[in-house]
Design a protein around this ligand. Structure first.
Ligand code: FAD
Ligand code: FES
Ligand code: MG
Length: 275
């Protein structure tokens, strides 16, 4: 059992949890994730490691209350326990000295953008962060990102805070302004990652996307997290979650992510009624 040490509301439906998980914390590296199972009848869901503290033996996650399981997780309080926390899973972020790196996080992609920006900065890169949200009230992790980025640009779709528009508009502006960009990392909604990859492909900038397909076992056995790339079929839990952004079939990824929407909606409605 894994104890919840903190549960904090960061923005509507977006929470940060700190969990006691000494073995995960000891081995975790940037870009990796955990798979949680809240209780015996619970499903398994993957969440990115936002921060880890080896000394305290704790990990932090930032998550959106999306459907049934994330609502249930968000309902837990300090002192409550989670049945399983498996990890760290996935390949760690590839870190080398690329030069100037743009790290883009859309919505709840921001916790992974933070972990990756921190690692790439420690690897000697100049980091330009771009984080984007629908609206000002949904902006999270801005201060954390400021700490690990040399420059940070915030955008909101409706212009209520920072630059108006999508993260891709901000990236395009940097490119148009002639900024030297050696490498781009992007994580967030599939359509955002696809649009980012289109821009960087045109400008021949090496780019990596951290993808988020449905996962079940996290060990490469079940096949749920299949991602089609130009290299063939890959499994995000063991081969990823980072892949060459110019090689991913984003349309297939998008379609697979939405495959169970009807059942997920029903499960959430039942859960909300019962609780
Ligand atoms: P549901 O209503 O069951 O599903 C809502 C939507 O979430 C679905 O339509 C589907 O697109 C997706 N989803 C559902 N089940 C899964 C599953 N088992 N695996 C993956 N996606 C699923 N979200 C965050 O808020 N913060 C994170 O740091 C984060 N990190 C992730 C890291 C990885 C490697 C992956 C693959 C996903 C990550 N997610 C993260 C997404 C998170 O796993 C889903 O939001 C969560 O599983 C939804 O579960 P639910 O029961 O609450 O919602
Ligand atoms: Fe089962 Fe990746 S989650 S193969
Ligand atoms: Mg679910």
């Amino acid at each position: 059992m894994f104890e919840i040490l903190a549960m904090e509301l960061l923005a509507p439906k977006i929470k940060r949890a700190e969990i006691s998980a000494p073995l995960v914390a000891r081995h975790a590296r940037a870009g990796q994730f955990i798979i949680l199972r809240l209780h015996e009848k619970g499903e398994r869901i993957p969440l990115t490691l936002f921060k880890t503290d080896k000394e305290k033996g704790t990990v932090q996650i930032v998550f959106k209350e999306n459907g049934k399981t994330t609502h249930q997780l968000g309902g837990l309080q300090p002192g409550d326990h989670i049945l399983d926390v498996v990890g760290p899973l996935g390949k760690p972020t590839h870190v080398e000295n690329f030069g100037t790196v743009v790290v883009i996080g859309g919505g709840v992609g921001s916790p992974i953008a933070y972990a990756v920006a921190k690692a790439l900065r420690e690897g000697g890169n100049h980091i330009i962060g771009i984080i984007g949200f629908r609206s000002q009230n949904l902006v999270v992790l801005e201060e954390d990102m400021r700490e690990v980025c040399h420059e940070l640009l915030v955008s909101t779709d409706d212009g209520s805070y920072g630059k108006k528009g999508f993260t891709t508009h901000v990236l395009q502006e940097l490119v148009d302004a002639g900024r030297k960009i050696d490498y781009v990392f992007s994580v967030g909604p599939v359509l955002m990652m696809k649009a980012t990859a289109e821009i960087t492909h045109r400008h021949e900038i090496k780019t990596v996307s951290s993808v988020n397909p449905i996962m079940v076992d996290g060990t490469g056995m079940c096949g749920a997290c299949r991602v089609c790339t130009k290299q063939g079929i890959q499994f995000a839990c063991v081969d990823g979650p980072e892949f060459d952004a110019h090689e991913i079939d984003y349309d297939e990824l998008f379609q697979r992510l939405n495959e169970y929407q009807k059942e997920e909606q029903q499960a959430l409605e039942r859960y909300l009624e019962e609780s």
